[in-house]
Structures are given as structure tokens and as C-alpha cells.
Design a protein around this ligand. Structure first.
Ligand SMILES: [Zn+2]
Length: 70
């Protein structure tokens, strides 16, 4: 709900002026931000490089560990 500070009251978005101002005092009313979903966080490519490198390293260590048993 848009809230007008000077008037200390909520306004229906439909009752505001076209510029989004309070119809009583003309104060620009803080309209709630449009419900724009935050941009999807894309996983950076170097994350997968690090994961792959860690996987290869752990696989190598596992092979070494198994090899040391015999
Ligand atoms: Zn006002």
C-alpha cells in the first residue's frame, strides 16, 4: 500500500495521481516496489571448474588410497 508520510495515511493505488503522488498534499508517495522477482542467480562457470577439479582430486586420492591398501 502506498504510504504518505505528511498525511500519515495509506492510499489506494487507484486514488493516487497519475504521477503517483498523494491527492491531498502532492507528496510523492512511496509505492511498494513492483513485484519483480530477484534475478536468478546463475552459477558462475568457475564454480563448476572448482567442483570438477575437486572431484578429480578426490577421485585421484581415492585411487591412491585404494592402491595403498594392496
Ligand atoms: Zn499526503
Amino acid at each position: 500500500m502506498p504510504w504518505c508520510e505528511p498525511c500519515e495515511r495509506f492510499w489506494n493505488p487507484g486514488t493516487l495521481t497519475e504521477a503517483g503522488e498523494c491527492p491531498t498534499c502532492g507528496n510523492p508517495v512511496d509505492a511498494p516496489p513492483e513485484t519483480d522477482a530477484p534475478p536468478r542467480q546463475r552459477v558462475p562457470w568457475h564454480f563448476w571448474v572448482a567442483i570438477t577439479a575437486a572431484g578429480i582430486y578426490l577421485a585421484w586420492r581415492a585411487i591412491q588410497g585404494i592402491g595403498s591398501l594392496f
